[in-house]
Design a binder for this molecule. Structure first.
Ligand code: DLL
Length: 432
């Protein structure tokens, strides 16, 4: 089944024309409505009329997460706040989150691309979609929610956490599609065995998993443990949230909704465009977004593009499964974390030194986060209660800055290895 044949199956030439028309309109809008883009374009002597088709895409300036941060919170919005009907946010590189805004039309586009995502995974109106992505500022929960309603499925908005309850609901309410991070899907599978729930009493048949990297091996494990088809779905808040691209049932790359988001692959160092099939950094230009339209947004995700037709009938370009990034962002239990966020917390506290080590692991399919912190020497001579208080204090500060549970370990001064070059801040022991 294909949700929107007109756009998902159009010829490459029709897609080019559609993208060109939309791009021209979008460049005109951002030039007039977003001072940031106007001055960026003026600085390189580029006028909206210079953009005549998608072939001119690479004349446009790039946008980075830092640009969003510099214009925090609403500076890049292209419409007045009275037109914005929803806000979401994701982690920024330091303390402040990246804020994104949607108009009514943006929300309708979002539901449309999620409807495509679910349909390409094989879901339909008779399904019961169990949404265990977090609801809130994170785009996972609400993003999947409205798209599921759009296809006419029954939505169970469980949100994340409370594993026992998840399984009971899945069993009693007849969930047939599971939407969550792949690592949580594995964790739930293990809990299923522990709770002694008979898999054959569940109606589950498909999973739509994303928000973090996962390998083919993880897919195999999830599919075997759950006896379901596990579909990879990809997206990022800045572009819309989930719904940017997703696999079809052939699981051979993720179809990009390129009538809304034009993908490019660039060399992350020279910033030059790379040819089809070459791995590099994924860049998106949104061509229908109203609230937060972005020109050539550097995702930092590494992948490649494939324009060959797919067996499913969709002509939408496919991106290879994403398994790496060109920056140091970690994804822990689906939550994005930059080491600099931890550093900011530690620098703000007088008792600690900015020497720290982040250790990420996966225990029973759940990510764990430990932060080792060097403290000022007097803490090692003081009473044990002071020591515990400080541990708790750091833990609390990190948790409220990142939204992630953390195990803090205080270590003696000069025990964390110093490096002569780039400091090694992260040890990621997860085998993904
Ligand atoms: O994670 C949106 C999302 C929600 C996607 C639910 C899929 C399902 P952010 O929190 O802004 O948005 O994080 C975006 O997560 O740049 C990638 O590095 C990573 N990511 C998202 N999906 C995948 C995936 C959501 N399927 C960042 N495979 C992106 C690998 C993924 N990485």
């Amino acid at each position: 089944m294909i949700w929107n044949r007109t756009f998902e199956c159009m010829s490459r030439e029709e897609m080019r024309q559609c993208q060109s028309r939309r791009l021209i309109d979008m460049v005109e809008r951002v030039y007039h409505n977003v001072p940031f883009y106007r001055s960026k374009m003026q600085a390189i002597g580029l006028h909206p009329e210079d953009i005549r088709s998608v072939d001119d895409l690479n004349r446009l300036p790039f946008t980075t997460k830092q640009d969003l941060r510099d214009n925090y919170p609403y500076g890049l919005f292209a419409v007045p706040m009275s037109e914005i009907v929803r806000i979401h946010a994701s982690s920024g590189t330091t303390g402040k989150p990246t804020v994104v805004g949607y108009t009514r039309k943006d929300l309708s586009t979002w539901s449309e691309v999620i409807a495509r995502t679910l349909t390409s995974a094989g879901a339909h109106k008779h399904d019961v979609v169990h949404i265990a992505y977090g609801y809130g500022l994170f785009t996972g929960g609400l993003g999947l929610h409205y798209g599921s309603e759009k296809i006419g499925a029954t939505v169970i908005p469980v949100s994340g956490g409370n594993t026992k309850r998840q399984l009971q609901i899945m069993h009693d309410f007849g969930s047939s599609v599971l939407a969550c991070t792949p690592s949580y899907a594995l964790y739930l599978a293990e809990a299923l065995e522990e709770e002694n729930i008979n898999r054959n009493e569940l109606k589950l048949r498909v999973g739509v998993f994303g928000a973090e990297p996962w390998t083919e091996n993880m897919r195999k494990e999830i599919e075997e443990k759950w006896k379901i088809k596990a579909i990879d779905i990809f997206g990022l808040s800045e572009i819309i949230g989930p719904g940017v691209s997703s696999e079809c049932i052939y699981q051979k790359g993720l179809h990009v909704n390129e009538d809304h988001f034009i993908p490019e692959i660039i060399d992350p160092v020279t910033l030059n465009p790379l040819s089809e099939g070459t791995e590099g950094e994924l860049v998106f230009t949104t061509i229908t977004k109203e609230g937060l339209p972005l020109l050539r947004y550097r995702t930092r995700d590494l992948t490649s593009l494939n324009y060959e037709p797919c067996k499913c009938g969709r002509t939408l370009v496919r991106m290879h499964k994403c398994n790496g990034r060109s920056d140091d962002m970690l994804i822990i239990r689906g939550v994005n974390l930059f080491p600099s966020q931890i550093e900011t917390v530690l620098l703000e506290m007088s008792e600690t030194k900015p020497h720290y080590l982040i250790i990420v692991d996966r225990v029973n399919n759940l990510d764990t986060l430990e932060v080792q912190v060097e403290v000022e020497p007097e803490f090692f001579m003081d009473r044990i209660s002071e020591f515990q208080n400080l541990t708790r204090k750091i833990q609390h500060h990190i948790e409220s800055a990142t939204g992630l549970g953390v195990n803090v370990k205080l270590v003696e001064p000069k025990t964390i290895e110093r490096s002569e070059g780039k400091a090694k801040r992260v040890i990621d022991k997860r085998k993904i």
